[in-house]
Design a protein. Sequence first.
Length: 256
Amino acid sequence: MSVRIKTPREINLMRQSCHLLAEVFNELAKMIEPGISTWEIDHEGEKMIRKLGGVPNFLNYDGYPASICVSVNQEIVHGIPKRNKIIAEGDIVSLDAGLIYEGYHSDMARTIGAGKVSEEAEKLMEVTKASFFEGIKNARSGKHLYDISGNIGDYANSFGYGVVRELVGHGIGTHLHEDPQIPNFRVKKSRGIELKAGMTLAVEPMINAGTAEVRWMNDGWTVETADGSLSAHYENTILITDDEPEILTIIPGMVC
Ligand code: MF3
Ligand code: CO
């Protein structure tokens, strides 16, 4: 496994790529209302990515047919947008997308409620986001990769939630998925690689209200909770530094 340290020039391009993606998410978040189809979300998202000068990196990735993954309620990730899939009041909608700008990839995800959602759903979304921030308390040079993983998993488990194990975070840069893989649970007997300033990582807890078990749907993409419980996803691309990490996919005025 080789984890490349980005040069200052590359970090600048990563930052630009991520800031553009954050702009896209700010607009997408406002669209999440009862009545919108998941296809419209993808359609608008792709348009925005291109208008800002980016190229969608999920589109055609291993044959994935859209630019924005839209996963609703018990769907964890990789939901395929459809014209006849309409968001209803109380749904929780996970958006996952990325773009390429000047050869550099960005990647982020948010789960957003449509209209008024249940307290259970609200809490799941909050804890999932908080688990990311617990994790990145350990994201700085000199710490080890699985210190991030362990913090995420322990935090989510402390609420009785199931932490998805089949899907993980990843390095990111000139490719969407680079080394290392970043689990969201405590890894026994290993601390993982030592973190170094200049690493760029996509940290992305996927947390289920019920058990951790998943099932793959027949469309070849959608991953759901095995028990039908709700699931939430929160992802940012971050830069490791000698101090606090820089969260590249958060910009001032962020609404999500
Ligand atoms: N969501 C994945 C990630 O965050 C990438 C999805 S690729 C796609 O790493 F093809 F499913 F879109
Ligand atoms: Co990712």
